[in-house]
Design a binder for this molecule. Structure first.
Ligand code: SAM
Ligand code: SF4
Length: 596
Protein backbone atom coordinates (compact mmCIF):
# COMPACT_ATOMS: atom_id res chain seq x y z
CA UNK A 1 0.00 0.00 0.00
CA UNK A 2 1.39 3.43 -0.81
CA UNK A 3 2.30 5.75 2.01
CA UNK A 4 -0.60 8.16 2.51
CA UNK A 5 0.60 11.66 1.70
CA UNK A 6 -1.34 13.07 4.65
CA UNK A 7 1.27 11.43 6.90
CA UNK A 8 4.15 13.29 5.30
CA UNK A 9 4.59 16.87 6.43
CA UNK A 10 6.57 19.15 4.11
CA UNK A 11 8.58 21.07 6.69
CA UNK A 12 8.92 18.82 9.69
CA UNK A 13 9.57 15.13 10.04
CA UNK A 14 9.38 12.87 13.01
CA UNK A 15 12.45 10.85 13.76
CA UNK A 16 12.61 8.11 16.30
CA UNK A 17 15.16 8.60 19.05
CA UNK A 18 17.71 5.80 19.48
CA UNK A 19 16.22 4.98 22.86
CA UNK A 20 12.49 5.42 23.21
CA UNK A 21 12.07 5.72 26.94
CA UNK A 22 8.76 7.30 27.77
CA UNK A 23 5.42 7.62 25.99
CA UNK A 24 6.42 11.16 25.03
CA UNK A 25 9.85 10.25 23.73
CA UNK A 26 9.02 10.68 20.02
CA UNK A 27 11.01 13.77 19.15
CA UNK A 28 10.13 16.34 16.55
CA UNK A 29 13.01 18.02 14.71
CA UNK A 30 13.13 20.20 11.62
CA UNK A 31 14.09 18.60 8.37
CA UNK A 32 17.28 20.71 8.21
CA UNK A 33 18.34 19.46 11.62
CA UNK A 34 17.74 15.86 10.69
CA UNK A 35 19.66 16.21 7.45
CA UNK A 36 22.55 17.76 9.30
CA UNK A 37 22.70 14.83 11.65
CA UNK A 38 22.88 12.41 8.76
CA UNK A 39 24.97 14.40 6.27
CA UNK A 40 28.46 12.92 5.83
CA UNK A 41 31.40 15.31 5.62
CA UNK A 42 33.81 13.26 3.49
CA UNK A 43 31.64 12.66 0.41
CA UNK A 44 32.03 14.08 -3.07
CA UNK A 45 29.40 16.60 -4.14
CA UNK A 46 27.57 14.08 -6.32
CA UNK A 47 27.78 11.40 -3.63
CA UNK A 48 26.48 13.91 -1.12
CA UNK A 49 23.62 14.89 -3.40
CA UNK A 50 22.73 11.24 -3.90
CA UNK A 51 23.07 10.58 -0.17
CA UNK A 52 20.96 13.60 0.61
CA UNK A 53 18.26 12.47 -1.81
CA UNK A 54 18.30 8.95 -0.37
CA UNK A 55 18.30 10.17 3.20
CA UNK A 56 15.47 12.51 2.45
CA UNK A 57 13.49 9.77 0.79
CA UNK A 58 14.23 7.39 3.66
CA UNK A 59 13.21 10.02 6.15
CA UNK A 60 10.04 10.75 4.27
CA UNK A 61 9.25 7.06 4.07
CA UNK A 62 10.01 6.78 7.75
CA UNK A 63 8.23 9.98 8.62
CA UNK A 64 5.26 8.30 10.25
CA UNK A 65 5.25 8.80 14.02
CA UNK A 66 5.95 5.51 15.71
CA UNK A 67 4.29 5.07 19.00
CA UNK A 68 6.28 4.43 22.13
CA UNK A 69 3.34 2.32 23.30
CA UNK A 70 4.32 -0.20 20.65
CA UNK A 71 8.07 -0.01 21.30
CA UNK A 72 9.51 -2.47 23.82
CA UNK A 73 12.47 -2.13 26.13
CA UNK A 74 14.71 -3.75 23.48
CA UNK A 75 13.73 -0.98 21.00
CA UNK A 76 11.67 -3.37 18.87
CA UNK A 77 8.94 -1.41 17.12
CA UNK A 78 5.80 -3.47 16.70
CA UNK A 79 4.28 -2.41 13.41
CA UNK A 80 2.78 -5.80 12.56
CA UNK A 81 -0.47 -7.01 14.13
CA UNK A 82 -1.96 -10.48 13.77
CA UNK A 83 -5.64 -10.75 14.56
CA UNK A 84 -7.43 -14.02 15.00
CA UNK A 85 -10.95 -13.90 13.63
CA UNK A 86 -12.26 -17.22 14.88
CA UNK A 87 -11.48 -20.39 16.79
CA UNK A 88 -13.37 -22.49 14.26
CA UNK A 89 -11.77 -24.41 11.46
CA UNK A 90 -12.97 -26.55 8.59
CA UNK A 91 -9.86 -28.81 8.83
CA UNK A 92 -8.34 -30.79 11.70
CA UNK A 93 -4.60 -30.74 10.95
CA UNK A 94 -2.87 -33.39 13.05
CA UNK A 95 -0.22 -31.00 14.38
CA UNK A 96 -2.70 -28.27 15.26
CA UNK A 97 -6.08 -29.52 16.42
CA UNK A 98 -7.42 -32.57 18.17
CA UNK A 99 -9.75 -34.69 16.05
CA UNK A 100 -12.83 -33.54 17.96
CA UNK A 101 -11.90 -29.87 17.52
CA UNK A 102 -11.16 -27.40 20.28
CA UNK A 103 -13.71 -26.26 22.88
CA UNK A 104 -15.44 -23.19 21.45
CA UNK A 105 -16.06 -19.99 23.39
CA UNK A 106 -19.56 -18.66 23.90
CA UNK A 107 -20.19 -16.13 21.11
CA UNK A 108 -20.37 -13.18 23.49
CA UNK A 109 -16.78 -13.75 24.55
CA UNK A 110 -15.45 -13.32 21.03
CA UNK A 111 -14.61 -9.95 19.51
CA UNK A 112 -17.39 -8.50 17.38
CA UNK A 113 -16.59 -6.95 14.02
CA UNK A 114 -16.88 -3.37 15.37
CA UNK A 115 -14.51 -4.31 18.21
CA UNK A 116 -11.96 -5.70 15.73
CA UNK A 117 -12.26 -2.52 13.66
CA UNK A 118 -11.80 -0.31 16.74
CA UNK A 119 -8.66 -2.18 17.79
CA UNK A 120 -7.24 -2.28 14.24
CA UNK A 121 -7.85 1.41 13.88
CA UNK A 122 -6.16 2.15 17.21
CA UNK A 123 -3.09 0.08 16.33
CA UNK A 124 -2.83 1.68 12.88
CA UNK A 125 -3.04 5.13 14.51
CA UNK A 126 0.04 4.11 16.53
CA UNK A 127 2.12 3.00 13.58
CA UNK A 128 1.02 -0.53 12.68
CA UNK A 129 1.43 -0.87 8.91
CA UNK A 130 0.64 -4.54 8.46
CA UNK A 131 -2.36 -6.52 9.67
CA UNK A 132 -2.67 -10.26 9.19
CA UNK A 133 -5.99 -12.02 9.69
CA UNK A 134 -5.72 -15.56 10.95
CA UNK A 135 -7.52 -18.05 13.17
CA UNK A 136 -8.68 -20.88 13.36
CA UNK A 137 -9.62 -20.56 9.76
CA UNK A 138 -10.42 -16.89 9.04
CA UNK A 139 -12.43 -17.62 5.90
CA UNK A 140 -15.11 -19.42 7.94
CA UNK A 141 -16.02 -16.19 9.73
CA UNK A 142 -19.34 -15.21 8.19
CA UNK A 143 -18.69 -11.48 7.99
CA UNK A 144 -15.11 -11.72 6.81
CA UNK A 145 -15.75 -9.58 3.72
CA UNK A 146 -17.33 -6.54 5.41
CA UNK A 147 -14.68 -6.85 8.09
CA UNK A 148 -11.88 -6.85 5.53
CA UNK A 149 -13.43 -3.89 3.72
CA UNK A 150 -13.39 -1.85 6.92
CA UNK A 151 -9.82 -2.85 7.78
CA UNK A 152 -8.82 -2.21 4.16
CA UNK A 153 -10.18 1.34 4.53
CA UNK A 154 -7.43 1.98 7.09
CA UNK A 155 -5.05 2.35 4.12
CA UNK A 156 -5.88 6.03 4.22
CA UNK A 157 -4.51 6.11 7.78
CA UNK A 158 -1.23 4.32 7.17
CA UNK A 159 -1.98 0.63 6.77
CA UNK A 160 0.17 -0.76 3.96
CA UNK A 161 -0.47 -4.50 4.00
CA UNK A 162 -3.59 -6.52 4.71
CA UNK A 163 -2.76 -10.22 4.73
CA UNK A 164 -4.52 -13.50 5.34
CA UNK A 165 -3.28 -16.84 6.67
CA UNK A 166 -5.62 -19.54 5.42
CA UNK A 167 -5.87 -23.22 4.67
CA UNK A 168 -7.24 -22.21 1.26
CA UNK A 169 -10.28 -24.49 1.40
CA UNK A 170 -12.91 -21.76 0.96
CA UNK A 171 -10.59 -19.07 -0.34
CA UNK A 172 -11.30 -19.36 -4.05
CA UNK A 173 -14.96 -18.42 -3.45
CA UNK A 174 -14.13 -15.17 -1.66
CA UNK A 175 -10.82 -14.24 -3.22
CA UNK A 176 -11.89 -11.55 -5.68
CA UNK A 177 -13.97 -9.71 -3.10
CA UNK A 178 -11.06 -9.88 -0.70
CA UNK A 179 -8.71 -8.39 -3.25
CA UNK A 180 -11.27 -5.62 -3.81
CA UNK A 181 -11.29 -5.06 -0.05
CA UNK A 182 -7.53 -4.47 -0.07
CA UNK A 183 -5.98 -7.93 0.44
CA UNK A 184 -2.25 -7.75 -0.38
CA UNK A 185 -0.80 -11.05 0.79
CA UNK A 186 -1.79 -14.66 1.41
CA UNK A 187 0.01 -17.32 3.42
CA UNK A 188 -1.65 -20.54 2.40
CA UNK A 189 -1.06 -23.67 4.46
CA UNK A 190 -0.48 -26.83 2.46
CA UNK A 191 1.55 -29.69 3.91
CA UNK A 192 1.31 -32.23 1.12
CA UNK A 193 0.83 -32.42 -2.64
CA UNK A 194 -0.80 -35.84 -2.39
CA UNK A 195 -4.64 -35.82 -2.04
CA UNK A 196 -4.60 -38.98 0.15
CA UNK A 197 -1.91 -37.66 2.42
CA UNK A 198 -3.89 -34.39 2.61
CA UNK A 199 -6.84 -36.32 3.99
CA UNK A 200 -4.61 -38.00 6.55
CA UNK A 201 -2.89 -34.81 7.66
CA UNK A 202 -5.99 -32.63 7.77
CA UNK A 203 -8.50 -35.38 8.64
CA UNK A 204 -10.76 -33.89 5.96
CA UNK A 205 -11.17 -33.90 2.18
CA UNK A 206 -10.48 -30.73 0.22
CA UNK A 207 -7.16 -31.00 -1.60
CA UNK A 208 -8.68 -29.97 -4.95
CA UNK A 209 -10.35 -26.90 -3.45
CA UNK A 210 -7.02 -25.75 -1.98
CA UNK A 211 -5.22 -26.24 -5.30
CA UNK A 212 -8.01 -24.28 -6.99
CA UNK A 213 -7.39 -21.39 -4.60
CA UNK A 214 -3.67 -21.41 -5.41
CA UNK A 215 -4.36 -21.40 -9.16
CA UNK A 216 -6.91 -18.60 -8.74
CA UNK A 217 -4.41 -16.41 -6.86
CA UNK A 218 -1.77 -16.98 -9.54
CA UNK A 219 -4.32 -16.24 -12.25
CA UNK A 220 -5.41 -12.99 -10.58
CA UNK A 221 -1.75 -12.05 -10.32
CA UNK A 222 -1.32 -12.44 -14.07
CA UNK A 223 -4.01 -9.73 -14.30
CA UNK A 224 -2.04 -7.47 -11.98
CA UNK A 225 -3.64 -8.24 -8.59
CA UNK A 226 -0.16 -8.25 -7.02
CA UNK A 227 -0.99 -10.66 -4.19
CA UNK A 228 2.13 -11.93 -2.41
CA UNK A 229 1.56 -15.69 -2.16
CA UNK A 230 3.44 -17.93 0.25
CA UNK A 231 2.78 -21.62 0.77
CA UNK A 232 3.37 -22.72 4.38
CA UNK A 233 4.22 -26.34 4.91
CA UNK A 234 4.73 -27.87 8.38
CA UNK A 235 7.27 -30.67 8.00
CA UNK A 236 6.83 -33.75 10.19
CA UNK A 237 9.29 -36.59 10.12
CA UNK A 238 7.78 -39.79 8.80
CA UNK A 239 4.64 -37.99 7.65
CA UNK A 240 5.41 -35.53 4.86
CA UNK A 241 9.20 -35.06 4.97
CA UNK A 242 9.53 -37.13 1.79
CA UNK A 243 7.58 -34.41 -0.06
CA UNK A 244 10.08 -31.63 0.59
CA UNK A 245 11.61 -31.98 -2.88
CA UNK A 246 8.15 -31.95 -4.54
CA UNK A 247 7.49 -28.58 -2.91
CA UNK A 248 10.92 -27.36 -4.01
CA UNK A 249 10.02 -28.29 -7.61
CA UNK A 250 6.83 -26.21 -7.30
CA UNK A 251 8.97 -23.09 -7.21
CA UNK A 252 10.63 -23.90 -10.55
CA UNK A 253 7.83 -22.41 -12.69
CA UNK A 254 5.59 -20.66 -10.16
CA UNK A 255 6.45 -17.28 -8.71
CA UNK A 256 5.61 -18.30 -5.14
CA UNK A 257 7.56 -18.73 -1.94
CA UNK A 258 7.31 -22.14 -0.32
CA UNK A 259 8.11 -21.93 3.38
CA UNK A 260 8.96 -25.02 5.38
CA UNK A 261 7.94 -24.74 9.02
CA UNK A 262 9.59 -26.69 11.81
CA UNK A 263 6.89 -28.60 13.67
CA UNK A 264 6.33 -26.92 17.04
CA UNK A 265 5.23 -28.19 20.45
CA UNK A 266 1.89 -27.10 21.84
CA UNK A 267 -0.35 -28.61 24.48
CA UNK A 268 -2.42 -31.34 22.94
CA UNK A 269 -0.58 -31.90 19.65
CA UNK A 270 1.13 -35.06 20.88
CA UNK A 271 4.51 -33.36 20.75
CA UNK A 272 7.24 -35.74 19.92
CA UNK A 273 10.71 -34.31 19.44
CA UNK A 274 11.48 -37.11 17.03
CA UNK A 275 8.83 -35.81 14.63
CA UNK A 276 10.56 -32.45 14.32
CA UNK A 277 12.46 -32.22 11.04
CA UNK A 278 14.96 -29.43 11.55
CA UNK A 279 15.90 -26.54 9.29
CA UNK A 280 19.46 -27.85 8.92
CA UNK A 281 18.19 -31.27 7.87
CA UNK A 282 15.90 -29.70 5.26
CA UNK A 283 18.69 -27.52 3.96
CA UNK A 284 21.02 -30.50 3.73
CA UNK A 285 18.42 -32.49 1.79
CA UNK A 286 17.74 -29.71 -0.72
CA UNK A 287 21.44 -28.94 -1.18
CA UNK A 288 22.14 -32.55 -2.09
CA UNK A 289 20.16 -31.98 -5.30
CA UNK A 290 20.66 -28.25 -5.67
CA UNK A 291 24.10 -27.33 -4.27
CA UNK A 292 23.76 -23.93 -5.91
CA UNK A 293 20.95 -23.00 -3.47
CA UNK A 294 21.71 -19.46 -2.30
CA UNK A 295 20.59 -17.32 0.64
CA UNK A 296 18.53 -14.24 -0.24
CA UNK A 297 18.63 -11.23 2.02
CA UNK A 298 15.17 -10.85 3.48
CA UNK A 299 13.36 -8.00 5.23
CA UNK A 300 14.85 -7.19 8.64
CA UNK A 301 11.77 -8.47 10.48
CA UNK A 302 11.44 -11.58 8.34
CA UNK A 303 10.75 -14.64 10.49
CA UNK A 304 11.87 -16.97 7.73
CA UNK A 305 15.27 -17.52 6.19
CA UNK A 306 14.90 -17.15 2.44
CA UNK A 307 16.77 -19.05 -0.28
CA UNK A 308 16.60 -19.32 -4.04
CA UNK A 309 17.69 -21.85 -6.61
CA UNK A 310 19.16 -19.84 -9.50
CA UNK A 311 16.81 -19.98 -12.50
CA UNK A 312 13.73 -20.92 -10.45
CA UNK A 313 10.79 -18.49 -10.57
CA UNK A 314 9.95 -18.80 -6.88
CA UNK A 315 11.89 -19.01 -3.64
CA UNK A 316 12.17 -21.16 -0.52
CA UNK A 317 11.84 -20.12 3.09
CA UNK A 318 12.38 -21.80 6.43
CA UNK A 319 10.58 -20.91 9.64
CA UNK A 320 12.90 -22.13 12.32
CA UNK A 321 11.02 -21.42 15.54
CA UNK A 322 12.42 -24.55 17.18
CA UNK A 323 16.10 -24.44 16.28
CA UNK A 324 16.90 -20.74 15.70
CA UNK A 325 14.70 -18.12 17.26
CA UNK A 326 14.12 -14.85 15.45
CA UNK A 327 13.12 -12.92 18.56
CA UNK A 328 15.73 -10.19 18.15
CA UNK A 329 13.86 -8.60 15.27
CA UNK A 330 10.33 -9.60 16.26
CA UNK A 331 7.90 -6.83 15.35
CA UNK A 332 4.61 -8.64 15.89
CA UNK A 333 1.78 -8.48 18.32
CA UNK A 334 -1.20 -10.81 18.38
CA UNK A 335 -4.84 -10.39 19.31
CA UNK A 336 -6.69 -13.61 20.04
CA UNK A 337 -10.28 -14.06 18.91
CA UNK A 338 -11.47 -13.44 22.47
CA UNK A 339 -9.64 -10.13 22.50
CA UNK A 340 -6.47 -10.90 24.43
CA UNK A 341 -3.24 -9.16 23.49
CA UNK A 342 -0.32 -11.58 23.28
CA UNK A 343 3.11 -10.04 22.87
CA UNK A 344 4.90 -13.34 22.15
CA UNK A 345 3.61 -16.45 20.43
CA UNK A 346 5.39 -18.63 22.99
CA UNK A 347 4.66 -16.58 26.10
CA UNK A 348 1.71 -17.14 28.39
CA UNK A 349 1.19 -13.49 29.34
CA UNK A 350 -2.05 -12.08 27.97
CA UNK A 351 -4.16 -9.04 28.70
CA UNK A 352 -7.82 -8.60 27.74
CA UNK A 353 -8.35 -5.63 25.44
CA UNK A 354 -11.94 -6.76 24.94
CA UNK A 355 -12.83 -6.12 28.56
CA UNK A 356 -11.36 -2.61 28.47
CA UNK A 357 -13.09 -1.86 25.18
CA UNK A 358 -16.45 -3.02 26.53
CA UNK A 359 -16.25 -0.86 29.66
CA UNK A 360 -17.93 1.91 27.68
CA UNK A 361 -20.82 -0.46 26.92
CA UNK A 362 -21.44 -1.80 30.44
CA UNK A 363 -19.35 -4.85 29.69
CA UNK A 364 -21.57 -5.89 26.80
CA UNK A 365 -20.32 -6.79 23.29
CA UNK A 366 -20.24 -3.75 21.00
CA UNK A 367 -22.51 -4.48 18.06
CA UNK A 368 -23.02 -2.51 14.84
CA UNK A 369 -25.72 -0.19 16.19
CA UNK A 370 -23.78 0.64 19.36
CA UNK A 371 -20.74 1.26 17.17
CA UNK A 372 -22.68 3.73 15.02
CA UNK A 373 -23.71 5.69 18.11
CA UNK A 374 -20.15 5.65 19.41
CA UNK A 375 -18.85 6.99 16.10
CA UNK A 376 -21.34 9.88 16.20
CA UNK A 377 -20.35 10.80 19.75
CA UNK A 378 -16.64 10.34 18.99
CA UNK A 379 -16.81 12.92 16.20
CA UNK A 380 -17.56 15.60 18.76
CA UNK A 381 -15.20 14.59 21.55
CA UNK A 382 -11.63 13.74 20.57
CA UNK A 383 -9.28 14.18 23.48
CA UNK A 384 -5.55 14.08 22.66
CA UNK A 385 -3.36 11.15 23.58
CA UNK A 386 -0.44 11.47 25.96
CA UNK A 387 2.12 10.82 23.24
CA UNK A 388 0.56 13.49 21.06
CA UNK A 389 -0.19 11.01 18.28
CA UNK A 390 -3.35 11.13 16.22
CA UNK A 391 -5.98 8.98 17.88
CA UNK A 392 -8.20 6.76 15.80
CA UNK A 393 -11.28 8.32 17.38
CA UNK A 394 -13.32 5.13 17.42
CA UNK A 395 -13.01 3.78 20.95
CA UNK A 396 -13.90 6.32 23.67
CA UNK A 397 -11.28 4.94 26.08
CA UNK A 398 -8.33 4.74 23.70
CA UNK A 399 -5.97 6.23 26.24
CA UNK A 400 -6.71 3.45 28.73
CA UNK A 401 -6.31 0.83 26.01
CA UNK A 402 -2.98 2.31 24.96
CA UNK A 403 -1.70 2.42 28.54
CA UNK A 404 -2.47 -1.27 28.95
CA UNK A 405 -1.00 -2.14 25.54
CA UNK A 406 2.11 -0.09 26.34
CA UNK A 407 2.64 -1.93 29.63
CA UNK A 408 2.23 -5.33 27.98
CA UNK A 409 4.67 -4.44 25.19
CA UNK A 410 7.20 -3.18 27.71
CA UNK A 411 7.03 -6.53 29.51
CA UNK A 412 7.96 -8.42 26.33
CA UNK A 413 11.03 -10.57 26.91
CA UNK A 414 14.19 -10.43 24.81
CA UNK A 415 13.53 -13.91 23.46
CA UNK A 416 11.31 -16.91 23.94
CA UNK A 417 12.30 -20.26 25.45
CA UNK A 418 14.58 -22.62 23.54
CA UNK A 419 13.68 -26.08 22.26
CA UNK A 420 14.43 -27.83 25.57
CA UNK A 421 12.16 -25.52 27.52
CA UNK A 422 9.47 -25.20 24.84
CA UNK A 423 8.60 -28.85 24.76
CA UNK A 424 7.91 -28.76 28.49
CA UNK A 425 6.15 -25.43 28.55
CA UNK A 426 2.44 -25.14 29.14
CA UNK A 427 1.10 -23.28 26.13
CA UNK A 428 -2.07 -23.20 24.10
CA UNK A 429 -2.17 -25.22 20.89
CA UNK A 430 -1.48 -22.98 17.87
CA UNK A 431 -5.13 -22.65 17.01
CA UNK A 432 -5.92 -21.34 20.47
CA UNK A 433 -2.88 -19.09 20.62
CA UNK A 434 -4.03 -17.38 17.51
CA UNK A 435 -7.69 -17.67 18.27
CA UNK A 436 -8.55 -17.54 21.95
CA UNK A 437 -8.24 -18.89 25.47
CA UNK A 438 -9.30 -22.38 26.48
CA UNK A 439 -12.84 -22.33 27.82
CA UNK A 440 -15.82 -24.40 28.73
CA UNK A 441 -18.25 -25.21 25.96
CA UNK A 442 -21.55 -23.40 26.45
CA UNK A 443 -24.33 -25.86 27.33
CA UNK A 444 -27.05 -23.27 27.87
CA UNK A 445 -28.83 -24.22 24.60
CA UNK A 446 -28.77 -27.98 25.23
CA UNK A 447 -31.83 -29.82 26.51
CA UNK A 448 -31.44 -31.96 29.62
CA UNK A 449 -31.58 -35.73 29.09
CA UNK A 450 -30.67 -38.87 31.00
CA UNK A 451 -26.93 -39.50 30.50
CA UNK A 452 -24.74 -42.41 31.54
CA UNK A 453 -21.04 -43.14 31.05
CA UNK A 454 -18.92 -46.11 32.00
CA UNK A 455 -15.12 -45.98 32.29
CA UNK A 456 -12.69 -48.77 33.08
CA UNK A 457 -9.06 -49.27 34.02
CA UNK A 458 -6.90 -51.80 35.86
CA UNK A 459 -4.19 -51.83 38.48
CA UNK A 460 -1.74 -54.43 37.25
CA UNK A 461 0.52 -56.06 39.88
CA UNK A 462 3.78 -57.83 39.14
CA UNK A 463 2.72 -60.97 41.08
CA UNK A 464 -0.25 -62.26 43.11
CA UNK A 465 0.95 -61.17 46.56
CA UNK A 466 -0.88 -57.84 46.64
CA UNK A 467 -4.08 -59.40 45.32
CA UNK A 468 -4.04 -62.06 48.01
CA UNK A 469 -3.43 -59.50 50.74
CA UNK A 470 -6.28 -57.33 49.41
CA UNK A 471 -8.59 -60.32 49.27
CA UNK A 472 -7.75 -61.30 52.83
CA UNK A 473 -7.97 -57.70 53.99
CA UNK A 474 -4.36 -57.92 55.18
CA UNK A 475 -2.99 -54.71 53.64
CA UNK A 476 -1.63 -52.56 56.44
CA UNK A 477 -3.51 -49.43 55.37
CA UNK A 478 -6.88 -51.17 55.56
CA UNK A 479 -9.74 -52.28 53.29
CA UNK A 480 -8.34 -51.46 49.86
CA UNK A 481 -11.44 -52.15 47.78
CA UNK A 482 -13.77 -50.37 50.19
CA UNK A 483 -11.59 -47.25 50.38
CA UNK A 484 -11.02 -47.23 46.60
CA UNK A 485 -14.78 -47.44 45.98
CA UNK A 486 -15.51 -44.45 48.23
CA UNK A 487 -12.59 -42.47 46.75
CA UNK A 488 -13.91 -43.08 43.20
CA UNK A 489 -17.43 -41.96 44.11
CA UNK A 490 -16.19 -38.82 45.86
CA UNK A 491 -13.83 -37.96 43.00
CA UNK A 492 -16.61 -38.22 40.40
CA UNK A 493 -18.49 -35.49 42.26
CA UNK A 494 -15.37 -33.31 42.35
CA UNK A 495 -14.53 -33.58 38.63
CA UNK A 496 -15.27 -29.94 37.80
CA UNK A 497 -12.94 -28.85 40.62
CA UNK A 498 -10.12 -30.86 39.11
CA UNK A 499 -10.53 -30.50 35.34
CA UNK A 500 -10.65 -26.80 34.48
CA UNK A 501 -13.05 -26.94 31.51
CA UNK A 502 -15.60 -29.36 33.01
CA UNK A 503 -19.01 -28.08 34.05
CA UNK A 504 -20.20 -28.87 37.57
CA UNK A 505 -22.91 -31.53 37.20
CA UNK A 506 -25.43 -32.81 39.75
CA UNK A 507 -24.88 -36.56 39.49
CA UNK A 508 -27.82 -38.88 40.12
CA UNK A 509 -25.75 -42.06 40.66
CA UNK A 510 -22.13 -43.21 40.85
CA UNK A 511 -21.21 -46.88 41.04
CA UNK A 512 -17.64 -48.15 41.34
CA UNK A 513 -17.12 -51.91 40.88
CA UNK A 514 -13.81 -53.56 41.70
CA UNK A 515 -12.78 -57.11 40.90
CA UNK A 516 -9.59 -59.02 41.71
CA UNK A 517 -8.37 -61.10 38.76
CA UNK A 518 -5.61 -63.70 38.65
CA UNK A 519 -3.80 -63.62 35.34
CA UNK A 520 -2.47 -66.75 33.65
CA UNK A 521 1.15 -65.68 34.10
CA UNK A 522 0.66 -65.69 37.88
CA UNK A 523 0.38 -61.96 38.11
CA UNK A 524 -2.75 -60.33 39.43
CA UNK A 525 -4.77 -57.20 38.85
CA UNK A 526 -7.75 -55.25 40.09
CA UNK A 527 -10.24 -54.32 37.37
CA UNK A 528 -12.15 -51.13 38.02
CA UNK A 529 -15.41 -50.10 36.43
CA UNK A 530 -17.05 -46.73 37.17
CA UNK A 531 -20.61 -46.00 36.04
CA UNK A 532 -21.89 -42.45 36.42
CA UNK A 533 -25.40 -41.15 35.65
CA UNK A 534 -27.06 -37.75 35.61
CA UNK A 535 -30.11 -35.94 34.30
CA UNK A 536 -28.43 -33.03 32.58
CA UNK A 537 -27.26 -31.03 29.61
CA UNK A 538 -23.82 -32.51 29.20
CA UNK A 539 -22.22 -35.96 29.26
CA UNK A 540 -20.60 -37.60 32.28
CA UNK A 541 -17.61 -39.35 30.63
CA UNK A 542 -15.13 -37.17 32.50
CA UNK A 543 -16.84 -38.01 35.79
CA UNK A 544 -16.62 -41.73 35.02
CA UNK A 545 -12.94 -41.41 34.05
CA UNK A 546 -12.20 -39.43 37.19
CA UNK A 547 -13.93 -42.04 39.36
CA UNK A 548 -12.09 -44.99 37.78
CA UNK A 549 -8.69 -43.32 37.83
CA UNK A 550 -9.03 -42.12 41.42
CA UNK A 551 -10.07 -45.59 42.58
CA UNK A 552 -6.95 -46.91 40.80
CA UNK A 553 -4.72 -44.28 42.42
CA UNK A 554 -6.15 -45.20 45.82
CA UNK A 555 -5.30 -48.87 45.27
CA UNK A 556 -1.82 -47.81 44.15
CA UNK A 557 -1.35 -45.72 47.26
CA UNK A 558 -2.53 -48.44 49.63
CA UNK A 559 -0.47 -51.20 47.99
CA UNK A 560 2.76 -49.44 47.10
CA UNK A 561 4.57 -50.95 50.09
CA UNK A 562 3.81 -54.43 48.75
CA UNK A 563 4.43 -54.00 45.01
CA UNK A 564 6.60 -51.10 43.87
CA UNK A 565 6.34 -51.84 40.15
CA UNK A 566 2.58 -52.04 39.69
CA UNK A 567 1.09 -50.02 36.82
CA UNK A 568 -2.26 -48.40 36.10
CA UNK A 569 -3.48 -49.41 32.69
CA UNK A 570 -6.22 -49.12 30.10
CA UNK A 571 -8.16 -46.09 31.32
CA UNK A 572 -10.95 -45.47 28.81
CA UNK A 573 -14.64 -44.77 28.32
CA UNK A 574 -16.38 -47.94 27.18
CA UNK A 575 -19.96 -46.73 27.15
CA UNK A 576 -21.81 -43.47 26.77
CA UNK A 577 -25.57 -42.94 26.63
CA UNK A 578 -27.85 -39.93 26.23
CA UNK A 579 -27.58 -36.56 24.54
CA UNK A 580 -27.84 -35.94 20.81
CA UNK A 581 -25.35 -38.61 19.80
CA UNK A 582 -27.22 -41.48 21.58
CA UNK A 583 -25.55 -44.70 22.74
CA UNK A 584 -21.87 -45.47 22.06
CA UNK A 585 -20.06 -48.67 23.02
CA UNK A 586 -16.25 -48.70 22.72
CA UNK A 587 -16.34 -45.60 20.51
CA UNK A 588 -18.91 -47.08 18.09
CA UNK A 589 -22.58 -46.03 17.85
CA UNK A 590 -24.86 -48.75 19.17
CA UNK A 591 -28.60 -49.36 18.94
CA UNK A 592 -29.07 -51.91 21.75
CA UNK A 593 -31.25 -50.99 24.79
CA UNK A 594 -29.87 -48.40 27.20
CA UNK A 595 -28.45 -49.15 30.67
CA UNK A 596 -30.85 -46.84 32.53
N1 SAM B 1 -6.12 -22.01 9.44
C1 SAM B 1 -5.10 -21.16 8.93
C2 SAM B 1 -3.97 -21.94 8.31
O1 SAM B 1 -3.91 -23.16 8.52
O2 SAM B 1 -3.20 -21.36 7.61
C3 SAM B 1 -4.59 -20.15 9.90
C4 SAM B 1 -4.32 -20.59 11.31
S1 SAM B 1 -3.01 -21.76 11.51
C5 SAM B 1 -3.07 -22.03 13.26
C6 SAM B 1 -1.60 -20.76 11.26
C7 SAM B 1 -0.34 -21.51 10.92
O3 SAM B 1 0.10 -22.24 12.04
C8 SAM B 1 -0.43 -22.50 9.79
O4 SAM B 1 0.52 -22.21 8.81
C9 SAM B 1 -0.12 -23.82 10.44
O5 SAM B 1 0.52 -24.66 9.55
C10 SAM B 1 0.76 -23.40 11.60
N2 SAM B 1 0.80 -24.37 12.69
C11 SAM B 1 -0.21 -24.85 13.43
N3 SAM B 1 0.23 -25.74 14.35
C12 SAM B 1 1.57 -25.84 14.18
C13 SAM B 1 2.60 -26.60 14.81
N4 SAM B 1 2.32 -27.43 15.79
N5 SAM B 1 3.86 -26.43 14.38
C14 SAM B 1 4.14 -25.57 13.38
N6 SAM B 1 3.22 -24.83 12.74
C15 SAM B 1 1.94 -24.96 13.14
FE1 SF4 C 1 -7.23 -25.41 10.87
FE2 SF4 C 1 -5.10 -24.02 10.19
FE3 SF4 C 1 -5.08 -25.49 12.41
FE4 SF4 C 1 -5.09 -26.70 10.09
S1 SF4 C 1 -3.49 -25.36 10.86
S2 SF4 C 1 -6.41 -27.20 11.83
S3 SF4 C 1 -6.29 -25.35 8.87
S4 SF4 C 1 -6.34 -23.73 12.02
Amino acid sequence: MPMPMSKVRPSTVLVRPAVAATPTATKMVTKTESQNILKPSSKTASESALFERTSRRELLNDAKPFSDFLTDTFHRQHDYLRISLTERCNLRCVYCMPEEGVPLSPQRELLTTPEIIMLSSLFVSQGVTKIRLTGGEPTVRRDILPLMRQIGALRSRGLRELCLTTNGLALHRKLEDMVDAGLTGINLSLDTLDPWQFQIMTRRKGFDAVMKSIERVLELNTHGAGIKLKINSVVMRGTNDREIMKFVEMTREKGIEVRFIEYMPFDGNKWNKGKMFSYSEMLHLIKEKYPQLERVKGHKNETSKTFKIPGFAGSLGFITSMTHNFCGTCNRLRITSDGNLKVCLFGNAEVSLRDILRKCNNGEPIDESTFEVMKQVGMHTKPGLTNGSVQSGLAPNEQELLDVIGLAVKRKKAKHAGIGELEHMKNRPMILIESGAAHMVSISDKTPSKRVAKAICSVQFTDMIACRLIQENQIQKGDVLGVARVAGIMAAKKTSDLIPLCHPIALSKVTVNLQIIQDQDDTGRVDIEAIVACEGKTGVEMEALTAASTAALTIYDMCKAVDKRMTIEGLKVVLKEGGKSGRWVDGVQDSSPTLQ
